[in-house]
Design a protein around this ligand. Structure first.
Ligand SMILES: [Zn+2]
Length: 57
């Protein structure tokens, strides 16, 4: 499993997401960013941060 913790990219936020693969996880993170952080799309810098923050769980 892959795990993402929103706080790891600097948000004061308790969101976490898990998925079997990064490909499964990314849409969940994008949805969360849109709803919770008002980011219509993840820009390249944010995507890079997200990728770096995804850990094996
Ligand atoms: Zn968040």
């Amino acid at each position: 499993m892959k795990k993402f913790v929103c706080r790891d990219i600097g948000f004061a936020c308790d969101f976490t997401a898990e998925g079997a693969t990064v490909e499964e996880l990314m849409p969940k993170i994008a949805d969360h960013a849109r709803v919770a952080h008002n980011m219509a799309q993840l820009d390249d810098a944010t995507k890079a941060k997200v990728s770096a923050a995804i850990k094996d769980a």
